[in-house]
Design a protein around this ligand. Sequence first.
Ligand SMILES: NC(=O)c1ccc[n+]([C@@H]2O[C@H](COP(=O)([O-])OP(=O)(O)OC[C@H]3O[C@@H](n4cnc5c(N)ncnc54)[C@H](OP(=O)(O)O)[C@@H]3O)[C@@H](O)[C@H]2O)c1
Length: 323
Amino acid sequence: MPPSQAVAVPARWSGAAMPDQSGRLALITGANSGLGLESARALLARGATVVLACRSLERAEAARQELLAGAGSAGSGTAGELELLELDLADLDSVVRAANTVAERHGRLDLLLNNAGVMAPPRQLTRQGFELQFGVNHLGHYALTRLLLPLLEASAGARVVQVTSGAQYFGRLDFDDLQGERRYDRWAAYGQSKLANVVLAHELQRRCPGLLSAAAHPGLARTNLQPASIAASGARFEGTIYRLLDPLFQSAAQGALPQLFAATAAEAESAGHYGPNQFGGMRGWPAAVRPAPAALDPAQGERLWQVSEELCRRACPGFAPVA
Ligand SMILES: NC(=O)c1ccc[n+]([C@@H]2O[C@H](COP(=O)([O-])OP(=O)(O)OC[C@H]3O[C@@H](n4cnc5c(N)ncnc54)[C@H](OP(=O)(O)O)[C@@H]3O)[C@@H](O)[C@H]2O)c1
């Protein structure tokens, strides 16, 4: 992974250094598991109202119970509040309903943490017929961001953070075959979707200078991502590789730090990109790291935005920014 840039990130930044989040409203996608759950825990402890946006309300409720039960242990607390929101990123109608619900309930939003993701399944389709990784990791998040922009732009100091991956560095936006219809390689599709996350972060910053738009990746973190990937693909050989790499994997709480830094730290920069600082970006403490070159190319950003907008409009008649 490319080396860190010389940008000032406090050494060993952790949730304890997070500024007070009282009065801030944060929405986290995929908040019932892994990095999303740990991000919710940290934001809640610092006083934010956190909307747990999950595809299963049952799993969201279980997460809510876990977060409330964990209050009082080190690094935890319930200074803020928790709310549940049904959001299936594999269904653009669900994304529209979720955005409208946020508008009705709150009429504002201070932080959008686009965290949910799926990794390297066999080729599957979303409800509207998009390849699943492109659809969930990128397009669903594009739609959610786009629909919530009026609420974010109305809030002073609003931030949008895309959770990407080291897979961005081998990703390529294949505009001639974004859905892998001609040729599907499940890892290339994951790389494409994670590159799209960081390209979107930069394009959003160009279009909305009033927001702080950033991206972050966790390195290697012990979550449900790898087990779910193996369960979906049946690739047991990859399971063996994960077991061999296990000593390199860090906890979900540690892996969540770069996205929490981007989401809250005063030192986080517009169009910033953060990841762990050790073992080539696989683990460690948050640092500013160089994104994949495509992320810095305005032509790629403009094209991805236009294509995503068109796909959402064509596939989902209800797709229109919330008032
Ligand atoms: N862990 C790592 O080493 C690693 C490395 C690089 C990047 N990342 C990125 O980190 C992010 C978080 O993943 P994680 O590691 O925390 O994995 P995780 O524990 O599997 O969490 C993924 C979350 O995404 C949700 N999700 C999946 N499909 C969804 C859909 N259609 N609609 C809404 N939510 C959906 C999952 O919901 P369910 O629980 O209902 O399935 C879950 O809440 C992902 O974007 C991933 O690409 C992780």
